[in-house]
Unconditional design. Structure first.
Length: 269
């Protein structure tokens, strides 16, 4: 498929969108490359040293690449949607409708808004969001793609090691922001279709545990390794001519209809 670059993003839902987070890491690789390189925050400290990324900066960097005409495949390790039980519970019928509804109830893209502020009702008391529990689920609710793995956790399971719930609730509003800003220049897979149109950048959900150990750690932190491995794996699959197959996991018609709402983890098949 030969994208210009392959971007691995190890996400973090900690603190606020403008907070600098050591767990937020970005790496990029070229097709056929034997390595991936870190992308660094455009901001520098007062003494000229590099600083950690913020969630806002990562979203802005992806938009910058779109505006430059870069055709990228970016893998982000948080959930892009919720189980169909959530859609049924709140009367949602499409992913775009879900995004608008979610951002209304979880406005975690606000500069000072933390996931915890919405969960505990602090933001509601300040007049900035609906009451806590307005849009949520339970830890025993899984998406189909999570049930196809051995260890993926529910997007509603907070406060445990390896949980993606906080990252998911912090990251989804930035997907909507990028979708609003970039329009049809970015394909959000599989919601915009299972086969991306030629020439478009593509953003997919990933689960780095699938391919983390395929590449030597070489002194990287676990967060760096997850971003690095994501970029390397996607670039490697494309160089082998195998990437296209991951856009079409072997789902039945019924399963694909479910995944049209819930999304799918790229690499699970």
């Amino acid at each position: 498929m030969n994208f210009d670059c392959y971007i691995g993003i190890d996400y973090s839902g900690a603190e606020a969108p403008t907070s600098r987070l050591k767990g937020l890491q970005v790496y990029s690789a070229l097709v056929g490359a034997v390595d991936a390189q870190p992308w660094h925050s455009p901001t520098q400290s007062n003494n000229g040293q590099r600083v950690n990324w913020t969630r806002r900066e990562v979203a802005e960097r992806l938009l910058q690449e779109v505006n430059k005409g870069t055709r990228f495949l970016a893998g982000i390790d948080h959930g892009f949607s919720m189980p169909t039980s959530y859609f049924a519970r709140y009367g949602l019928e499409s992913w775009p409708q879900f995004l608008a509804d979610f951002v209304h109830h979880w406005p975690t893209h606000g500069d000072d808004v933390r996931v915890e502020f919405v969960r505990d009702g602090k933001l509601h008391r300040a007049g900035g969001a609906p009451p806590p529990g307005g849009r949520t689920g339970t830890a025993d609710e899984f998406r189909l793609t999570e049930r196809w793995t051995s260890s993926a956790k529910s997007v509603f399971l907070f406060d445990v090691q390896g949980s993606v719930a906080k990252s998911t609730h912090a990251g989804i509003p930035w997907l909507k922001w990028l979708r609003d800003q970039a329009g049809d220049r970015v394909h959000f897979w599989p919601f915009d279709g299972w086969t991306p149109a030629p020439g478009k950048s593509v953003i997919v959900e990933v689960y780095p545990s699938i391919f983390r150990n395929r590449f030597p750690r070489e002194g990287r932190t676990m967060d760096q390794q997850d971003a690095y491995a994501t970029a390397r794996w996607m670039a490697g699959m494309d160089s082998q001519g195998a990437l296209a197959g991951y856009f079409s996991p072997p789902l039945t018609v019924g399963e694909r209809a479910v995944a049209d709402l819930e999304g799918w983890i790229f690499g699970v098949r």
